[in-house]
Write a protein that binds this ligand. Structure first.
Ligand code: 2P0
Length: 341
């Protein structure tokens, strides 16, 4: 909406995404350009609902997430996104030859609500920044490439949340990042893929992604092997398995890539450990569940919480296996059983 007082307001709801082939390591820290391609699945039930107000007046930028005010001086990424938005707006006005000497001040107000825990290694920043980028895109009439860049400079993985389905974030070659974009793959959506998320710990992670990525890039020898010889092939394998609905092949690549991502973290100096005892117990449980046939795939981001991907008709069996292992407290057993009926 647009009111007379120079306030533009847009509300959007944007989903989170979970990487199947992980992004880890930057070739440019300012522009957030990755060292390798990544590919993700959009999880449409987990969303960030975000309102952005662009106000034509002097004032302070504010961001509120789940009712809490974000300290912007220690979260520089928001300022980067707002500055870039204003730059794009000025550029468009110059292109249109309007307001040449006029200098209008603006500030932004962001109010975001996620329906899942933030900062738990659950890609909450991805959905949040993607939502801010979408909203600003609508306010300023930006094209998709500009919106993608806006999301990316907020949080790298956010650019993958700008679409549904299977999304491929290409690292690009250019220094200005103009060919570093996320694109939706041509495959039809696979609605029977379910994502079961197990929150083992919702504390803020010990080593943040940016610091972790820097450490891995500077010290890991395994990372070079991964980028050169492993990731390109896996991207193709994921696309092919998804396109042909080959769950077993897809699951094998997903688990292998999660494991290699955590291996390069461990290969960093000092080593980074994101998985905990519960994570490992879940890995062993999935391995057991898959003994006859691969029916589930685990994947972990920069934290101990698991995302398990299963096909719809295997969800009840998988939850029962979880219950038997008392990963879920037994009091909850009845209510889950009820829901599965
Ligand atoms: C991913 N992660 O592909 C990987 C896997 C975590 C593990 O992208 O510095 O918040 O904003 O680019 O996107 C988390 O890092 O980092 C991430 P920045 P981001 O999803």
């Amino acid at each position: 909406s647009h009111n007379g007082a120079g306030v533009s307001e847009v509300t959007v709801r944007v989903p989170m995404n979970i990487a199947l082939v992980k992004y880890w390591g930057k070739r440019d820290e300012q522009l957030i350009l990755p060292l390798n391609d990544s590919i993700s699945l959009t999880v449409d039930k987990l969303t960030a609902e975000t309102t952005v107000r662009m106000i034509q007046a002097v004032g302070e930028n504010t961001v509120e997430i789940n009712g809490r005010r974000v300290e912007l001086s220690s979260n520089k990424r928001y300022q980067t996104v707002f500055d870039e938005a204003l730059r794009l707006q000025r550029k468009r006005k110059e292109d249109l030859n309007k307001n040449e000497n006029e200098c209008i001040t603006h500030h932004f107000e962001v109010i975001s609500k996620t329906n899942f825990p933030v900062a738990a290694g659950l890609a909450s920043s991805a959905a949040g920044f993607a939502a801010i980028a979408r909203a600003i895109q609508k306010i300023l009439n930006l094209n998709d490439t500009q919106a993608n860049r806006l999301a990316r400079i907020g949080s790298g993985s956010a650019c993958r949340s700008m679409f549904g389905g299977l999304v491929h974030w290409k690292k690009g070659e250019k220094e200005d990042g103009s060919d570093c974009v996320a694109v939706r793959t041509e495959s039809e959506n696979w609605p029977d893929l379910y994502c079961i998320i197990l929150v083992f710990n919702d504390e803020r992670k010990k080593v943040g992604s940016s610091e972790g990525m820097r450490r891995t890039r500077e010290t890991s020898t395994l990372l070079k092997h991964r980028i050169e010889y492993v990731v390109p092939e896996r991207i193709e394998q994921v696309k092919k398995a998804y396109e042909s609905r080959n769950f077993q092949d897809l699951a094998r690549v997903i688990m292998a890539d999660s494991n290699q991502f955590h291996a390069v973290c461990l290969d960093s100096i000092p080593p980074i450990r994101y998985l905990n005892e519960s994570s490992w117990r879940l890995i062993e449980l999935v391995e057991k569940f898959n003994q006859q046939e691969v029916k589930a795939a685990y994947t972990f981001d920069a934290g101990p919480n698991a995302c398990v991907i299963v096909q719809k008709y295997d969800v009840p069996a998988f939850i029962r296996t979880l219950l038997q292992d008392i990963i879920i407290p037994s009091e909850d057993l009845k209510s889950v059983e009820e829901e599965l009926k």
